[in-house]
Design a binder for this molecule. Structure first.
Ligand code: C5P
Length: 225
């Protein structure tokens, strides 16, 4: 198995199934959302307005990201600090859409993502890459492209449960509004919007649990050799 591209909006169970799929395939794992989140944290730490594209690009040029690719313990470092927990907080989640819409930020991060993918290939290892533009832009030659979807309500419910599990209080209504806001932003931005690759297999997870989704993905991965 070469590259598996896992795209789709948030709350589809994408991260959990991508990590489990990578583990099952003995492959590496790359969470590209974590990279956009880490740059967003750098922007917030620098006290810069996330909508100021020029200043955001400058921060992105300077930020030193180190992304671990183990599916069981993916690590994210920003300028030497472990930021894996902080990048999931509400401040970063609110600011990440405008930061990831900046063309220079995408150019820098897509380059780093392609280098990580090339590194896995050079080591003879497969890699499961999750994000929004993997099948369309980062890895258009991926051997398997999956587009995960689910109804907005199902996604909001899952995100609220995830927040509660990590000690953050939120309501399904507030989360639904946030999910819809981010979907709108991510799908309408000019550079690399969230969209399904023409050759992606759509997997709707509204009615499936994680084991059901994983079984379907393993079946697809098996049939693509
Ligand atoms: O997947 P996650 O929710 O961590 O992604 C956070 C944000 O990063 C998304 O809402 C989107 O704005 C951005 N993103 C992106 N392209 C990717 C991955 C994430 O624009 N490949």
């Amino acid at each position: 198995m070469g590259v598996v591209a896992m795209d789709g909006p948030s709350g589809t169970g994408k991260s959990t199934v991508s990590r489990r799929l990578a583990t099952a395939l003995g492959a590496r794992y790359l969470d590209t959302g974590a990279m956009y989140r880490a740059v967003t944290l750098a922007v917030l730490r620098a006290g810069i307005d996330p909508t100021d594209a020029e200043k955001v690009a400058e921060v992105a040029e300077r930020a030193r990201l180190e992304i671990g690719t183990s599916p069981t313990s993916p690590t994210v470092r920003l300028d030497g600090d472990d930021v894996a927990a902080e990048i999931r907080g509400p401040e970063v989640t609110t600011a990440v859409s405008p930061v990831s819409a900046v063309a220079r930020v995408r150019e820098l991060l897509v380059g780093q993502q392609q280098a990580i993918i090339a590194d896995a290939a050079a080591a003879g290892q497969g890699i499961v890459v999750e994000g929004r533009d993997i099948g369309t832009t980062v890895a258009p030659d991926a051997s398997l492209k999956v587009y995960l979807t689910a109804s907005a309500e199902a996604r909001a419910r899952r995100r609220t449960a995830q927040d509660a599990a990590s000690g953050r209080v939120s309501t399904v209504d507030a989360t639904l509004a946030d999910v819809q806001r981010r979907d709108r932003y991510d799908s309408t931005r000019a550079v690399s919007p969230l969209r399904q690759a023409e050759d992606a297999v759509v997997v709707d997870t509204t009615e499936l649990d994680i084991d059901g989704v994983l079984a379907r993905l393993l079946e697809l991965a098996g049939s693509r050799g």
